[in-house]
Design a protein around this ligand. Structure first.
Ligand SMILES: Nc1nc2c(c(=O)[nH]1)N(C=O)[C@@H](CNc1ccc(C(=O)N[C@@H](CCC(=O)O)C(=O)O)cc1)CN2
Ligand SMILES: Nc1nc2c(ncn2[C@@H]2O[C@H](COP(=O)(O)OP(=O)(O)OP(=O)(O)O)[C@@H](O)[C@H]2O)c(=O)[nH]1
Ligand SMILES: [Mg+2]
Length: 442
């Protein structure tokens, strides 16, 4: 347990209806005794007058006390529910931090203590950070499952299986003098390892889904200059995010907006029109456009439906790797059907024609790409890398030819690697990074 007692405003920006201060550590009960007229009955709201050191009233509000270890942090934890005025909160924080051993908390410090005291593991802490950051329904569902221990249960289950398989092998070392029972055990262990490796590989295959849900399904609008790309971005975002003009080559930088399509976060990008150019700045923009297309989950290849001639330079299907949706813009000025290239749909940013259909198509593509948001998916690159490392150790083709001692050693190393997922092994340098993602008071 830590020595210091930490204090912070855990509720949001002031002024607010109510402000919640949290006090965690050995000084929480003495602080209640000194400033709130006594320590309330555990886990029961109690109306108190909060006073400063000289007995002056700060505010009247509700007080709560959660004795260790049954609190969120695992330490003695007190809460003050005050009126949410700036001066009220400033006076309360001032009175609390004037007490010996009490200081203001750093970002993520309550959660860090919950982790240090074994109340939550690293995947649950990450889930909590994601829950606070969640902006769409899909993100919330993924985060609430992870904060509730879904990934922890999966990874701890894998670690337990590795320990069991190792125990079988270790038992075999002890009996290796007693005939050939050992071969069956070894074959059983190799089978068990293969089954586990299969599940890990399936989990890894879903990594991209988890990342899309957390970070957004990336849609890039690309096409020749003046096709109406920026107008389409503005129509989909319902605001003037990008400059629109009749001059070809208007957009240079990649311009990104965030959309919530049926609960899936979508990052929609507008890019520079693709064409051969001698303008250095425009060329940099086109290079960025190509990179964005290569990294997209879906490219909207937009052609000008009133003039498809520039398409010969910058073709519809320029992107080889990302899935493409072929869209004709300026549907209000559409050329005769015979003059039009093959396309999935026509839209007009000017009249709104086809925009709802395009939104529905994007939402369906995003939803089908992420699948069930409550499924247990690796959500971060960190998860993907560690699982891939451990899987590499378990799928080493030499494994089945090694003596049992060395197989056991490989299983131990794979288990240690997985231990980094839940934060029990070799993650010291990572902890500061992960907990600093939180705000103060969490
Ligand atoms: N006022 C307030 N609301 C809050 C929080 C908080 O800290 N304070 N939380 C902060 O994130 C979340 C709730 N999370 C909590 C998780 C566990 C316990 C807790 O005391 N657990 C005990 C006993 C559980 C029980 O009564 O059954 C335990 O697990 O031992 C409390 C809050 C959201 N709402
Ligand atoms: N009639 C009509 N005009 C449109 C439509 N969409 C865009 N325009 C016009 O087409 C011109 C180019 O539009 P932008 O959205 O700037 O085109 P862009 O593809 O972003 O162009 P660059 O950034 O230069 O590559 C502007 O004059 C727009 O007003 C549309 O749906 N109908
Ligand atoms: Mg543009």
């Amino acid at each position: 347990m830590e020595e210091d007692t930490i204090v912070a405003l855990s509720s949001g920006a002031l002024p607010a209806g109510i402000a919640v201060l949290r006090i965690s550590g050995p000084g929480a009960a003495p602080a209640m005794a000194a400033l709130a007229g006594g320590v309330p009955e555990p886990r029961r709201a109690s109306l108190r007058t909060f006073r400063d050191a000289s007995g002056g009233t700060i505010d009247c509000g509700l007080a709560l006390f959660f004795p260790a270890p049954h609190s969120v942090t695992g330490e003695d934890l007190a809460e003050w529910h005050l009126h949410g005025g700036r001066a009220v909160v400033a006076a309360a924080l001032g009175a609390l931090t004037a007490l010996p051993g009490l200081r203001l908390a750093e970002a993520g410090e309550f959660t860090r203590r919950a982790f240090d005291n074994g109340r939550i593991d690293l995947t649950e802490a990450e889930g909590l950070a994601d829950l606070l950051a969640a902006e769409t329904e899909g993100q919330r569902r993924q985060a609430v499952a992870q904060a509730g221990g879904a990934l922890r249960a999966l990874y701890e289950g894998w670690m337990r299986r590795l320990v069991r398989l190792r125990a079988l092998l270790e038992a075999e070392f002890d009996f290796s003098d007693e005939g050939d029972v050992g071969d069956d055990v070894a074959a059983g262990v190799i089978e068990g390892v293969a089954a586990l490796a299969g599940e890990m590989a399936v989990h890894l295959q879903s990594a991209r889904r988890g990342e899309i849900l957390r970070e957004g399904f990336r849609v890039v609008i690309a096409g020749p200059p003046n096709a109406g790309k920026s107008s389409l971005l503005n129509a989909l975002a319902r605001r003037d995010a990008a400059i629109v003009s009749a001059v070809p080559g208007t957009t240079r930088d990649v311009i990104e907006v965030s959309l919530d399509l049926g609960g899936v976060p979508v990052r929609l990008a507008d890019t520079a029109g693709l064409r051969a150019t001698s303008d250095t700045v425009e060329a940099i923009g086109i290079e960025r456009a190509r990179r964005a297309m290569a990294e997209a989950d879906l490219v909207i290849a937009l052609l000008d439906g009133s003039d498809t001639s520039p398409a010969t330079e910058a073709t519809h299907g320029e992107t080889a790797t990302s899935p493409v949706l072929c869209v004709l813009g300026k549907a209000d000025l559409l050329l005769p059907a015979a003059a039009l290239p093959a396309h999935d749909l026509a839209v007009s940013s000017a009249t709104g024609e086809g925009i709802e259909r395009l939104v529905a198509i994007l939402a369906a593509r995003a939803a089908e790409t992420v699948g069930d948001p409550a499924a247990v998916l690796p959500a971060r690159l960190r998860h993907r890398e560690i699982v891939a490392d451990a899987l590499g150790l378990l799928t080493d083709p030499a494994l089945s030819r090694l003596p049992p001692e060395l197989v056991a050693e490989a299983l131990r190393r794979a288990g240690d690697r997985l231990g980094a997922l839940t934060g029990r092994v070799g993650v010291e340098d990572l902890l500061d990074v992960i907990f600093s993602e939180f705000c103060i008071g969490k």
